[in-house]
Design a protein around this ligand. Structure first.
Ligand SMILES: O=C(O)COP(=O)(O)O
Ligand SMILES: [Mg+2]
Length: 241
């Protein structure tokens, strides 16, 4: 009798009993700050204002495009901007970002492999981002991720966005899952707060954008260094005669 040691792929134990995984987009699946920063710089340039560095923009991302533009304007003018200027800047930002949302944006390592494996394991995958909805499909198509997702929700799709639990509860309801069967995977305190408020298990990545703050401060249920840690490769012995 011979004993062969073979390796089986399995999912991380945190995913046991789970049916739905909600992924954040910016800072979790894609490193989008280079393109967001260019759009912010072009917006401020158009308004005759000083331009921030990419590192500054990274700390402003997380609460959706209107807040990103507000933060950029407040920094450039050293005071809060009046609503008319904010509207004008927002329109300019949407034009510039829409013209090149994936010129410099890259996928983080292991994203395709992980989504593919989770999908093959029968998990329902949804995307919940604070990014405006109009940019989601083009980006998912560009990175060939769209087929893995059952649904996607943007920051302007519903009445509330993360850290509010509404988009997460909406996704769970649409996919006929209870929150205890759901996991939120994200890079920022808004993902963790929304996940906790919705009753999801919360899983965080330390490499994205969290306003310059360590994600540990938000106390997610688990922190993984990359998405591939969700895929365990366990040694398994089988006997053959
Ligand atoms: O657009 C943002 O501010 C952040 O987007 P995210 O929710 O995908 O991280
Ligand atoms: Mg994010």
């Amino acid at each position: 009798m011979k004993v062969h040691s073979i390796r089986h792929s399995a999912l991380h134990s945190v995913l046991q009993g789970k049916r739905l995984i909600a992924f954040d987009l910016d800072g979790t699946l894609i490193d989008s700050v280079p393109d967001l920063a260019v759009a912010v710089m072009l917006t401020l340039r158009e308004l005759g204002l000083r331009e921030p560095s990419e590192d500054q923009v990274r700390n402003w991302v997380g609460n959706g495009a209107p807040v990103l533009v507000q933060r950029a304007l407040a920094w450039a003018r050293e005071e809060a901007a009046e609503p008319a200027l904010e509207t004008c800047a927002y329109e300019a930002f949407m034009k510039h970002y829409g013209a090149a949302p994936n010129a410099l944006t890259t996928l983080y390592p292991g994203v395709v492999q992980t989504l593919q494996a989770l999908h093959q394991h029968g998990m329902t995958l949804v995307l919940i981002t604070n990014k405006p909805e109009r940019f989601i499909e083009p980006l998912l198509n560009h990175f060939k991720l769209i087929d893995y997702f059952t649904l996607w929700i943007g920051g302007d799709s519903l009445a509330e966005k993360k850290p509010h639990p509404l988009p997460l509860l909406h996704a769970a309801d649409r996919c006929q899952t209870s929150p205890s069967e759901c996991v939120m995977v994200g890079d920022s305190r808004h993902d963790v707060a929304a996940g906790k408020a919705a009753g999801f298990t919360t899983l965080a990545l330390p490499y994205g954008y969290n306003h310059g703050e360590p994600i540990e401060h938000s106390h997610p249920d688990l922190i993984v260094s990359s998405l591939t840690e969700l895929l365990m490769t366990a040694p398994h012995a089988t006997r053959t005669a």
